[in-house]
Design a protein around this ligand. Structure first.
Ligand code: PLP
Length: 303
């Protein structure tokens, strides 16, 4: 069975209009594209990112998809979900010590048919070890961590077709590998600017990686802001948790601790620091990822 993203999208109104984010004194036109509403577990942007790579895999008669990720990875769960729908075997290489208790994310992956290979961090980051692991599987197709790929960016071009995007001056997204940002930049109009909020600490190679996805193509200008990583994937900060609960109370927008909370927090700070002018019109892409909040102790969040 094919995943019909169009059908999932058509089922609901994904555009939410706000007049302010947290503080009414800082009002401006802010629309949120709620990709988190598309699917409960398979994260918003990941469905767009994986669509074309998985098509390519089946075109090449691959039967096993291999990828890698962490123990709360949105990418792994989306891969498991889409492979399950398409009748493909999925293998997840997991960065962990050999004896871990499966997280809720990994349990969901397992229920969707994913099989795991656990690797110590040093092996997980060693391309030779990964290659060795891949070669154990016949008819395999490799997908990079986080779904980083030109095809992934190509698939993300579909995101802006959900809404009439021309009136927006800025389109703002969370950034991990930058694949989603690349897709937005490739599909936005030239008068628009894409702002990416990097969720990782010191991601110095990010610009280079994004430029690899964009080379020889026509794209809208973009800017990456590195000031809102909150120490990367480390322990969540109380400041961020408070912000997430505030945002939820004000607009019933749930966010995830790794990507979208930092995104909204950043936009709020940027508005306050007059980074935008009042005649600007913002489109925030809510990329989903809510399942990852299961890493938090129960009761931390209001949602
Ligand atoms: C994976 C993910 C991102 C990052 O997307 P990239 O294309 O890797 O930059 C952003 N938000 C959420 C919720 C994600 O799961």
């Amino acid at each position: 069975m094919m995943i019909d993203i169009e059908k999932l999208i058509a089922q609901q109104n994904l555009l939410q209009k706000l007049e302010y984010l947290i503080d009414k004194d800082y009002s401006m036109a802010i629309d949120v594209l709620r990709l988190d509403k598309i699917h409960l577990i398979a994260s918003g942007n990941k469905l767009f990112k994986l669509a074309i790579p998985l098509q390519k895999a089946t075109d090449k008669n691959a039967t096993t998809i291999i990828t890698k990720g962490g123990i709360y990875s949105n990418h792994l769960i989306a891969t498991a979900y889409m492979c399950n729908k398409k009748g493909l075997q999925s293998i997840g290489i997991i960065k962990a010590h050999h004896t871990i208790k499966l997280t809720s994310t990994l349990k969901d992956c397992e229920n969707l048919g994913m099989k795991f290979v656990f690797m110590q961090p040093s092996d997980f980051n060693n391309p030779e070890k990964i290659q060795e692991c891949i070669s154990n599987y016949n008819n395999n197709f490799w997908i990079d961590m986080g779904g980083y790929s030109e095809e992934g960016a190509e698939g993300c071009k579909k995101i802006l077709t959900i809404t009439h995007h021309n009136p927006y001056t800025h389109i703002i997204t969370a950034v991990g590998t930058g694949t989603t940002l690349a897709g937005l930049s490739l599909s936005a109009s030239k008068h628009q600017k894409i702002i990416g909020i990097s969720s990782m600490k010191n991601n110095t190679s990010l610009l280079l990686e994004i430029n690899k996805l964009l080379q020889n193509k026509i794209y809208a200008p973009f800017e990456i802001i590195h000031d809102f990583h909150f120490n990367g994937f480390a322990k969540p900060s109380p400041l961020l948790i408070t912000f997430m609960n505030d945002l939820y109370k004000k607009h019933t927008i749930p966010t995830d601790i790794v990507y979208t909370a930092k995104l909204f927090y950043a936009v709020n700070q940027l508005i306050k620091s007059k980074f935008f002018s009042t005649n600007h019109k913002l489109l925030i892409i809510h990329t989903g990822g809510l399942q990852g909040n299961r890493s938090l102790p129960k009761g931390t969040l209001l949602f």
